[in-house]
Design a protein around this ligand. Structure first.
Ligand code: GUN
Ligand code: ZN
Length: 442
């Protein structure tokens, strides 16, 4: 019986069914060397070996891919207005913000300009295999509206919110907290839960918020408990020192956010490079998530994130990967994984390919509490996925042809490791959003 709303994807599939930081990797990776995925209305209807499913679905239109099909990448922290000022020379966080970021963000009061960049930005995500992103905007409501509109056009899963800033920034980026609160409420009503879009209350960081603003943010979160909180935490030593001087009653940086009711299982904290044991434990107990931003932490010289401590068995924190463009130096989550590997090496730690790809897929979905909908190929989930080309370049082809192992899972681990160390957008053959082809590289 032909059902025209169904279609099939055939190829080699790799995804994760559990967290490889918490149990053995082989129990967490699922690999179907010749698999078939049946899609219906943007969701996964069936997923199994081709041999098991082909009898029932051989009549369907079938797209066949070489390479490896994985869940779409999740970018847990990225600034769309900073797309154009990526690779800004010579400064660390606070000076870099003053010199490059703030003047750029001012431009986003112009809606046409904001839409042009939002559109370019979302297309960059798709080119790089990123299908879900948690995005920072500017203080201008219009900059949020155009981003949501452009994401809606592309059927993307996007979490975003208006940036809250009420002090320690140039006048052109200061918004009065009550006015910002009213704007936030309007945006929540209009966008939160619309199609695949979700809202995040987004204080830039403690330094640019007054107590009044953080109090209003906490009140708003209490009224709308299923919206997210998204901000920066403990990225840079001078930032931490300045924060302590602004909030002398707080016991540490995290405690600033704690005091205002901003910590919970829908809170995402970017960076967390310099955290005490106590702060890691409190994040774990609250079910809050860390956006680990490797390329940014290296580019701004912020420091080495302790992934092993974050994923400790005693107090595991939910962790996903953020590109953090424009402090981050690439939209490619393959690059984020590669830099994460190097950061682990500098701390005598290791990061396997399976762990790294977990962070960019199911780990990110869990960090967002969206794992019931996204992050792997379980039945009923949204069909966002990416086709990776392990031999995307002559160098990768040569390297992979020299591989001599004979266990299938080891061979896959080797190909994925090659991609995370040497790969970039050239390795993204296709990106599917909601079951539809959104990007294809010829
Ligand atoms: N902390 C506050 N604002 C920013 C920002 O725009 N980028 C980064 N990396 N850190 C921040
Ligand atoms: Zn950031």
């Amino acid at each position: 019986m032909l059902n025209s709303s169904l279609k099939a994807i055939r190829g080699s599939f790799v995804d994760f069914v559990d967290d490889p930081f918490s149990r053995s990797e082989v129990e967490c990776v699922r690999y179907l060397q010749d698999g078939l995925m049946i899609l219906e209305n943007g969701k996964i209807l069936e997923f199994d070996t081709y041999a098991n499913l082909s009898d029932r679905y051989s009549h369907l239109p079938t797209e066949i891919y070489e390479g490896l099909i994985l869940p779409g990448f999740i970018d847990l922290h990225v600034h769309y207005p900073q797309t154009e000022m990526i690779a800004a020379y010579g400064e660390q966080l606070l000076e870099w913000l003053d010199k490059y970021v703030f003047p750029t963000e001012q431009k986003f009061q112009d809606l046409d300009y904001a839409r042009k960049i939002a559109s370019f930005f979302l297309d960059q995500l798709l080119l790089n295999g990123t299908t879900t992103a948690v995005v920072l905007t500017t203080i201008f409501s219009g900059s949020v509206e155009v981003l949501f509109e452009e994401a809606q056009k592309r059927s993307m899963r996007l979490i975003a919110g208006q940036m809250l800033m009420s002090r320690n920034a140039p006048n052109f980026l200061i918004n009065e907290p009550h006015k910002a609160d009213a704007e936030n409420r309007k945006l929540i009503h209009k966008w939160h839960g619309k199609d695949r879009l979700l809202y995040a209350i987004t204080p830039r960081f403690a330094i640019t918020s007054t107590e009044t603003e953080l109090k209003l943010a906490g009140k708003l979160k209490a009224e709308f408990p299923d919206v997210y909180i998204h901000t920066h935490l403990s990225e840079n030593l001078k930032e931490i020192e300045f924060t302590a001087s602004l909030f002398p009653d707080s016991t540490d940086y995290l405690n600033v956010y704690e005091q205002f009711g901003l910590i919970g299982d829908r809170s995402i904290f970017a960076h967390c490079v310099h955290l005490s044991d106590s702060a890691f434990q409190r994040l774990s107990l609250a079910g809050a998530a860390i956006a680990y931003c490797p390329t940014s932490n290296l580019f701004l010289g912020s420091g080495l994130f302790n992934l092993e401590q974050a994923k400790s068995k005693a107090y595991p924190v939910k962790v996903g990967l953020g590109s953090d463009v424009g402090a981050g130096t690439s939209f490619s989550q393959l690059k984020s994984m590669g830099e994460a590997y190097r950061i682990s090496q500098l701390q005598q730690q290791n990061l396997s390919a399976f762990k790294a790809f977990y962070l960019a897929t199911l780990g990110g979905a869990k960090a967002l509490s969206l794992d019931p909908k996204l992050g792997n190929f379980d039945l009923g989930k949204e069909a966002d996925f990416v086709v990776l080309e392990p031999n995307a370049t002559p160098l990768l082809t040569l390297r992979n042809s020299a591989y001599t192992g004979n266990l299938p899972l080891d061979a896959i681990a080797s190909q994925l490791f090659g991609l995370m160390i040497l790969g970039d957008e050239r390795a993204i053959k296709a990106t599917y959003i909601n079951g539809e082809l959104a990007q294809f590289r010829d």
